[in-house]
Design a protein. Structure first.
Length: 244
């Protein structure tokens, strides 16, 4: 059975990649704990035909503090989650479909309240950096036609992707400046390594070799947890109206 999962959307590339993270509450199967990279997601086709009941691209799906979120954004997130579940052998019907809908809304609302708070605090994206990332994204595809086809499948336009990249940059600045994550201790790194050694079917590399990777992973985890905390704080003060 698929259980409820909270999501933080970092990065904001909802079309080609979705970073899905859980806190200490119930979560989807553990295989979904690691976020996809842009390259990995770009290499996997979005389902051509979804089994989900999806809104039209221009339909308003949720309003957060007066700002509307449309169906094309909802559909992009929902299809990414559907693809992840399909890869794990799960079908998106019945109760699973309802949970996926809830989780998609959680992604959208979490994104929006973070961005709204960032805007209120004066964070903006550097347009040169937006253009640079857009070119990097285009480089993930062999041809411009391949990228256009992916955009077409998800209901996004190039300008939508450019806006997503702009929001991603704002998000990154906001998290770096406004979100305080706990420090990773040497004891936590050693404990994580020992846990890896105990569960690994093969001989684990030496601690000194794995220490930087483990520390970085734990730092990212604590940052994600801090982001969740901030999102929950912002949602308590937000006016959210679900339309579908």
């Amino acid at each position: 059975m698929i259980k409820k999962m909270k999501f933080a959307c970092a990065p904001f590339l909802l079309l080609l990649t979705l970073s899905a993270c859980s806190d200490n509450e119930e979560a989807l199967p553990e295989e979904n704990a690691n976020p996809e990279t842009t390259e990995e997601a770009a290499s996997e086709a979005t389902p051509e035909k979804s089994s989900l009941e999806l809104p039209t691209e221009e339909e308003v799906v949720v309003v957060v503090n007066g700002e509307e979120i449309l169906g094309n954004v909802y559909n992009s997130v929902a299809r990414q989650l559907e693809k992840t579940l399909a890869a794990q052998g799960h079908t998106t019907s019945g109760e699973t479909a309802e949970l996926l809908k809830e989780q998609t809304m959680s992604v959208l609302v979490g994104n929006k309240v973070i961005l709204q708070d960032a805007e209120e605090k004066g964070y903006t994206a550097d347009e040169a950096a937006v253009e640079e990332r857009l070119e990097e994204l285009k480089g993930q595809f062999e041809t411009e036609e391949a990228m256009d086809e992916t955009l077409k499948e998800t209901g996004f336009r190039l300008e939508d992707m450019e806006n997503q990249l702009r929001e991603q940059l704002v998000y990154e600045q906001y998290v770096a400046e406004e979100v305080e994550a706990g420090e990773v201790t040497d004891e936590e790194v050693k404990e994580a390594y020992e846990g890896f050694v105990e569960t690994s079917e093969e001989e684990a590399p030496p601690f000194e070799e794995m220490e930087p990777t483990i520390r970085q992973s734990l730092e990212e985890q604590k940052t994600q947890e801090a982001v969740f905390t901030r999102i929950e704080e912002l949602k308590k003060e937000a006016e959210v109206e679900v339309k579908i």
